[in-house]
Ligand binder design. Structure first.
Ligand code: 6R9
Length: 694
């Protein structure tokens, strides 16, 4: 493991004015949030508008102990408010109507627009009125299948304004989208004709049509489908074109955004919602079975998104903030939409999605050319590999938030792609989605952050609603690879297999003993599954499913999903640990490690390795990698198999699906649900290229 002694102090000059500027201040605020939650969150709540005020005696109630009764969490019960009102009207009333809420850029940098708070409010009201005219009322569900465009934000907030529950889905197949529409019984669907992803045309409306047919076969008819005509207004890649007449429209059900919205009224009275009324449902993949519809509610989520955004990014009123995550991921919900807008922030929204393992991005000659052609969609970074840094420079971004998978991919290019841009506006660099390996951390810190910026390695989940573990940028020293300390109101505990608390140094299951305002409240229409998935293994605790280690200084290091743990000859280690070591080799771009059953050792290590552009995968590399792991962790950890992986099976948010890699390791083709994969052809390719005798 990386040395726990390498500690990086926040830059004093840069963070003198930080919201939290010392460890002592963090501790003081943290203790208050734990000892007097009513006071801590009550003060924050005062900055928001409540139609019915919060009553002190019903501020916070919960039960986390399944042996004592049903699990529930309630914050500010009885109060009423409207999230959209607080995000938009409140900011307009505070004199920020002309402030830019979003700078938008399309896949092609020539396509851009911007939206002020006032204009955003108008657009939201118009679309809210359209939804109402289609019969949508408080509590109804609206399914959204859209790329990163401003209408996606408008749709979310229009739902919020009238109390409808949005459920966004990121580019799933027609089948999986249908499954989600059916699960939440969405009455309306909002989509676009299509979008360019680099050089590939994605016809989203056609996919929606297939989904709606599947839903109809199961007896559920989507009543209205609103379609944004997006392709007409953006620049196609060179030599490409799209004829908008080709978009299939079903009369009576389908309506174009541009036909319905402009004529709608630009004022719409907000629906006052109970604090615990549903805000949105977001599906997340479970390790088994159907996707889980994580449900977040109104008041607690709003406070938590706003507060984490303010403190974790040290957001100040004139900052420009950029989160690269898709709005359809929880990171996009909380940190591209709700958190920034609750703070009246100016954000950049770019329709540049991080792509999936296309080797062209590494500038190499593909070895598996056939497979390669089907995978490359054109936009690792379009039009060039420095798109991130171009955008940071152009908008003078102060806080930049992305995922380790993106960082690892970028660090393989020439440093010049970063250094030729002026990145001096940056102050906070965020990381989310998986543990960040120290090598990537150092690159991010040195090359992008010029050793001035603070890195916030934010650990959280769809279920937690917002950050739960992180260091605060101006206050808490950083350790590369450590998530750090709990955010305000969060009480992490490490448990051993028998449920006994591990105090002080040690490694175990990461659980939480009390809810914070942003924790999910249930799984949509399935409270039983909520209780069994998260609350039965260790009664009294919310179980994250992740493992973590506490070091001598109290820092928490998330070691990955608990099912990603390896037990080789009785030695417990995390896949992240081995992966991080493999990734340090100059010939390795990315690595994923899974456990394979072994007759003697119990389990052995099976490694998948993506090489860099200049390296070749051969016996020498394999031997070197085995030797390194052996040296760094111990002889027991020496990998049994190292397989070349030109790409890894990843979800659309960039997470490696180790469940599938475990199947490949044992040559079991029964891989189960692959609908959450960005590119399922990777799976076949990896089966076909398993090393002999593996
Ligand atoms: C926000 C998000 C949640 C899972 C989580 C954990 C992993 C996320 C992490 C991290 C280590 C971090 N994870 N952030 N692991 N360090 N900073 O990613 O939500 O898509 O629901 O995934 O991602 O394993 O349990 P979600």
């Amino acid at each position: 493991m990386p040395s726990e002694k390498s500690v990086f102090q926040p830059d004093g000059a840069l963070f003198r004015q930080a919201h939290v500027s010392s460890v002592e201040q963090y501790k003081e605020m943290y203790e208050k949030s734990i000892d007097r939650p009513e006071e801590f969150w009550g003060e924050i709540a005062k900055e928001f508008y409540w139609e019915t005020p919060i009553s002190r005696d019903k501020f916070f109630r919960y039960n986390f102990d399944i042996t004592k009764g049903p699990i529930f969490t309630k914050w500010m019960d009885g109060a009423t408010t409207n999230v959209c009102y607080n995000l938009l009207d409140r900011n307009v009333r505070n004199g920020n109507g002309e402030k830019i809420a979003f700078y938008w850029e399309g896949s092609h940098p020539d396509d851009y627009s911007r939206l002020t708070y006032k204009k955003l409010l108008e657009e939201v009201c118009k679309f809210a009125n359209v939804l109402k005219s289609k019969g949508i009322r408080k509590g109804d569900r609206v399914a959204v299948y859209m790329p990163m465009i401003l209408e996606a934000v408008v749709t979310m907030l229009a739902c919020t304004r009238i109390g409808a529950v949005h459920s966004l889905v990121v580019r799933f197949s027609a089948d999986s989208f249908a499954e989600r529409i059916l699960d939440c019984e969405a009455r309306v669907l909002v989509t676009v004709d299509g979008t360019w992803r680099g050089e590939k045309l994605l016809q989203l409306k056609a996919i929606c049509d297939q989904s709606m047919i599947k839903c109809a076969q199961k007896g559920h008819n989507v009543e209205t489908c609103v379609v944004v005509s997006h392709l007409d207004r953006v620049t196609p890649p060179q030599g490409m074109q799209y004829n908008s007449n080709k978009t299939p429209m079903t009369p009576g059900r389908d309506v174009y955004w541009h036909d319905a919205v402009p004529q709608a009224s630009a004022s719409c009275y907000p629906e006052w919602m109970e604090a615990e009324d549903p805000l949105f449902v977001l599906y997340t993949s479970g390790s088994t079975g159907k996707p889980k519809g994580v449900l977040h509610t109104t008041a607690g989520y709003m406070l938590y998104a706003a507060t984490t955004f303010k403190y974790v990014f040290d957001y100040k009123p004139n900052d420009v903030y950029w989160c690269t995550a898709d709005v359809g991921w929880i990171t996009g919900h909380t940190y591209a939409v709700y958190g920034p807008l609750a703070n009246g922030a100016t954000s950049v929204l770019v329709s540049v999605k991080f792509a999936t393992g296309g080797r062209k991005s590494f500038g190499c000659v593909p070895k598996l050319s056939e497979w390669f052609r089907t995978v490359y969609e054109g936009t690792p970074f379009y039009p060039d590999n420095d798109r991130f840094w171009v955008v940071v420079d152009k908008y003078k971004v102060n806080q930049f938030y992305t995922a380790p998978t993106a960082i690892r991919s970028l660090m393989k290019f020439d440093d010049n792609l970063v250094t030729k841009h002026d990145l001096s506006s940056l102050r906070v660099l965020g990381s989310v989605g998986e543990p960040i390996n120290p090598e990537a951390w150092h690159w991010y810190y040195k090359l992008v952050g010029k050793e001035r910026c603070s890195i916030v390695d934010t650990f959280w989940q769809t279920e937690t609603g917002g950050h739960v573990l992180t260091t605060l940028p101006g206050a808490v020293p950083m350790k590369p690879g450590a998530a750090g300390f709990p955010f305000f109101g969060v009480l992490p505990v490490l448990l051993d297999e028998s449920g006994k608390e591990i105090k002080g140094e040690g490694e175990g299951y990461l659980v939480f003993s009390r809810p914070w305002p942003g924790l999910m409240r249930t799984l949509f229409n399935n409270h039983d599954r909520y209780e069994t998935t998260y609350f039965t293994k260790f009664p009294g605790y919310y179980c994250t499913g992740d493992g973590a280690r506490r070091d001598a200084d109290g820092y928490l290091w998330v070691t990955g999903r608990v099912d990603d743990m390896l037990n080789v000859s009785g030695h417990l280690m995390s896949t992240a640990e081995v992966e991080s070591i493999l990734a340090e080799h100059p010939g390795v771009a990315e690595a994923a490690v899974v456990a394979k059953p072994h007759p003697v050792k119990g389990e052995c290590l099976y490694c998948f390795v993506t090489t860099t552009a200049s390296a070749s995968f051969d016996g020498r590399l394999v031997a070197a990698l085995k030797q390194t792991v052996r040296e760094r962790i111990g002889p027991f950890a020496q990998p049994d198999v190292v397989q070349e992986a030109p790409a890894l099976p990843k979800t659309r948010s960039g997470k490696i699906m180790r469940r599938i890699l475990r199947k490949i390791a044992v040559n079991d083709r029964d891989v189960g649900d692959v609908s959450t994969l960005a590119d399922s052809s990777v799976v076949e390719m990896l089966f076909a290229t398993r090393p002999q005798g593996a």
